[in-house]
Design a protein around this ligand. Structure first.
Ligand SMILES: *[C@@H]1O[C@H](CO)[C@@H](O)[C@H](O)[C@H]1NC(C)=O
Ligand SMILES: *[C@@H]1O[C@H](CO)[C@@H](O)[C@H](O)[C@H]1NC(C)=O
Ligand SMILES: *[C@@H]1O[C@H](CO)[C@@H](O)[C@H](O)[C@H]1NC(C)=O
Ligand SMILES: *[C@@H]1O[C@H](CO)[C@@H](O)[C@H](O)[C@H]1NC(C)=O
Ligand SMILES: *[C@@H]1O[C@H](CO)[C@@H](O)[C@H](O)[C@H]1NC(C)=O
Ligand SMILES: *[C@@H]1O[C@H](CO)[C@@H](O)[C@H](O)[C@H]1NC(C)=O
Ligand SMILES: *[C@@H]1O[C@H](CO)[C@@H](O)[C@H](O)[C@H]1NC(C)=O
Ligand SMILES: *[C@@H]1O[C@H](CO)[C@@H](O)[C@H](O)[C@H]1NC(C)=O
Ligand SMILES: *[C@@H]1O[C@H](CO)[C@@H](O)[C@H](O)[C@H]1NC(C)=O
Length: 440
């Protein structure tokens, strides 16, 4: 292939933009302070250590922790052991052969801890535990954005001068996208009794903050965007290889009932077997944005999210959209909507999520593996246009990960304005007719 020399500055500009936008993913402009904070409250001292309540709060607006949940790890500073846990468990006991009689729950120098599954006996529970490690995002449900467990630590020192803080925290949630800070001593937490009449205080408290980076989480995007409009019959597909390319054994042929039944029944092969339907884009999730109707003062968009993963039911999914007209959302059908205003002066972004018991689960790939919504936006006369792809989203995130967009030159284009007006008035007429029919 021969490049015209004049193309180089343009190409390198694109490359720079791409590198820059990739790097920028580590910092989430729509949720700049989003983090998961892990707080250790030492509640009491014991003869050889302490009992702490560990509380994980997901302050991220739209990135939740989905099944199979979080795994928290750390490294002890000294020779600490875990005598017992309530509401969680260490995944491995490690070598406790030094102990006679009373055997610790875990003797590993770098324990890894997981939440218990729902339905454990009450005496093994504490508040906010036992949800299989599933934690909602703050924007969706702050009351479900917390996960807690209690840990009894021995051989650790038993005063605020002798305790050494654990080091090197790691959080899988469930992928490896999070990086955690050092534990930092903070003012002891003050607890207020439910009736508000008594205040108690932790003996000692330290915080760890974990932040997400999409690049750490996965090499490729995990979702892509396709586009269409009423004013052009072209459907712009997701870019090819958006989420990696097809190779042998990396995907499941669509409609392949045999493979699907294997995937569905033999759980022991789940970890190795491919679970993504073979497509040009190879993404587990495709988001389709259809500019559906043009009214005089409003316009209407249909959003669909399609699951291509045969092994995942996406519970508590979220969809974040950036579009300049989101400052004027008039109505959203079938999804919950929340503007992401606090951090944006332009009010151009918002989050969509499912309605409980209706569509808060995006089912595994197949006939029911999709969800849909329509929204009506009020046109701002000064900026609204169908030209130059203005009606298409600037960015879309599914479950907090940025989706791959088509290149602007591939967007469905506006044929010409005369044509548009014709279509628009036809559409309007059709809409009026439908409304008339519907009201009968
Ligand atoms: C973590 O998130 C909370 C809530 O948004 C914020 O107040 C806090 O400053 C954040 N912490 C860090 C270290 O970013
Ligand atoms: C340890 O606890 C004592 C008594 O509660 C308190 O006065 C002291 O400031 C604490 N020291 C540290 C390092 O937190
Ligand atoms: C913590 O991690 C750092 C860097 O990964 C490593 O150098 C250090 O040895 C680790 N500390 C412990 C106590 O494992
Ligand atoms: C420690 O974390 C808690 C959230 O669990 C937060 O409310 C508190 O402000 C944090 N403390 C500091 C000093 O960041
Ligand atoms: C796919 O497998 C076939 C035979 O098993 C092999 O010849 C071919 O090179 C493989 N292709 C890729 C892309 O791995
Ligand atoms: C599942 O797959 C494994 C390995 O391929 C095989 O040994 C096992 O018999 C299969 N189990 C069922 C129930 O088909
Ligand atoms: C998804 O949910 C449906 C209905 O609850 C269930 O039958 C199916 O096994 C689930 N799929 C996975 C991969 O968990
Ligand atoms: C739409 O935006 C315009 C200008 O930005 C504003 O005056 C108007 O109140 C907005 N309409 C709605 C429904 O928010
Ligand atoms: C964004 O929304 C907030 C609250 O709805 C409003 O106070 C603010 O004026 C809006 N900003 C812009 C630039 O529209």
């Amino acid at each position: 292939m021969v490049f015209n020399t004049y193309a180089y500055p343009f190409l390198s500009a694109i490359a720079i933009v791409m590198i820059f936008s990739h790097a920028a993913l580590a910092f989430d402009i729509l949720d700049p302070t989003g983090n998961i904070t892990i707080k250790w409250d030492v509640m009491s001292w014991t003869p050889d250590g302490y009992v702490a309540v560990v509380t994980m709060t997901n302050f991220q607006m739209y990135r939740h922790i989905m099944s199979p949940g979080w795994t928290l790890g750390w490294t002890w500073s000294k020779k600490e052991v875990i005598w017992g846990m309530v509401g969680a468990q260490a995944t491995e006991q490690g070598d406790c052969s030094k102990f006679k009689g009373n055997i610790p729950h875990c003797c590993k120098r770098n324990p890894t801890v997981v939440d218990l599954l729902p339905g454990v006996p009450f005496n093994q529970q504490i508040a906010n535990c036992c949800k299989g490690g599933v934690v909602a995002s703050w924007g969706q449900d702050p009351s479900a954005a917390v996960s807690s467990f209690q840990v009894s630590v021995g051989l650790s020192g038993s005063s605020n001068r002798t305790v050494r803080l654990p080091k090197n925290f790691t959080l899988l949630a469930p992928g490896k996208g999070y990086t955690c800070s050092q534990a930092k001593p903070v003012p002891p937490t003050v607890f207020v009794s439910p009736d508000g009449r008594r205040r108690t205080q932790a003996m000692m408290t330290w915080n760890v903050t974990c932040t997400y980076s999409q690049i750490l989480a996965s090499q490729h995007p995990t979702c892509c965007v396709s586009l269409s409009s009423f004013y052009n019959s072209v459907i712009t597909p997701c870019p090819a290889c958006s989420c990696g390319c097809q190779n042998n054994n990396s995907c499941v042929a669509s409609g392949s009932e045999t493979i699907r039944s294997v995937v569905g029944t033999n759980r022991s092969t789940l970890n190795n077997a491919p679970s993504i339907q073979c497509t040009e884009h190879m993404c587990p999730i495709r988001v389709h944005w259809h500019v559906k109707l043009n009214y005089k003062e409003y316009w209407r968009v249909k959003i669909s999210v399609i699951n291509f993963n045969y092994q995942v039911n996406y519970t508590q999914w979220t969809l974040v959209v950036q579009h300049p007209n989101l400052n004027n959302v008039t109505q959203v059908f079938s999804f919950a909507y929340k503007p992401l205003v606090p951090y944006r002066s332009t009010n151009d972004s918002g989050m969509f999520y499912g309605l409980k018991f209706f569509n808060d689960v995006l089912m595994e790939a197949g006939p029911s593996g999709n969800i849909q919504s329509e929204l009506i936006l009020e046109k701002d006369i000064d900026t609204f246009t169908f030209k130059e792809g203005w009606a298409f989203p600037r960015n879309i995130y599914f479950n907090g990960d940025e989706c791959k967009m088509p290149l602007p030159e591939d967007y469905p284009f506006l044929p010409n304005s005369a044509h548009l007006n014709q279509i628009a008035s036809l559409t309007l007429a059709a809409f009026l007719l439908l409304t008339l029919l519907a009201s009968w």
